[in-house]
Design a protein around this ligand. Structure first.
Ligand code: MN
Length: 165
């Protein structure tokens, strides 16, 4: 994760400017920045990204872009495991199922593979600090929480909620 990183600090900032600025699209096969909407409007995906450090990128469609978090460890399939999720720049919707090789020297250089895909259904949210949602994916399914850590600009926790509540 680059040290200098200008994040969209709220859920309401749906700009793709940071995505655009970080990439050279004449060299990278990644999709260009453009806003669009899926028919359903609630795409969920996780990509396994073999960059300088392996991580998993969580994507949630919102109003024409993908809100994004990078997880340094594998996403939890069961309750009781809390994972750090670092907020990263919004991605275009076309990115949700992108797979390919980002060339050496470029931002995020390495292999991107889809790890999970499906839909999500928001249940509750406190804008910018908390979202509780049901994931219906192939690997992950059930109720998940994303909670922003207090006094922290970009670190969140991602975990599966116990269903026995
Ligand atoms: Mn990544």
């Amino acid at each position: 994760m680059p040290a200098e990183f200008h994040l969209p600090f709220s859920f309401e900032d749906l700009s793709l400017k940071e995505y655009q600025n970080r990439r050279n699209f004449s060299r990278s096969p990644e999709p260009p920045a453009r806003e669009q909407h899926s028919t359903e409007g609630n795409i969920y995906s996780i990509q396994e990204h073999h960059a300088s450090r392996l991580h998993w990128d969580l994507r949630l469609e919102k109003d024409g872009v993908l809100l994004s978090w990078a997880l340094p460890k594998e996403p939890p399939r069961e309750p009781g495991i809390r994972r750090l999720a670092v907020r990263t720049e919004n991605h275009p919707l076309d990115y949700a199922f992108f797979e390919g090789e980002i060339p050496a020297g470029g931002y995020g250089a390495g292999t991107v593979r889809v790890w999970d895909r499906g839909h999500y259904y928001q249940l509750e949210s406190k804008p910018g600090t908390e979202i509780i949602f049901r994931i219906e994916g192939e690997k992950l399914s059930g109720i998940y929480c994303l909670i922003k850590m207090k006094k922290d600009e970009k670190n969140w926790l991602f975990f599966k909620k116990s269903t026995s509540v």
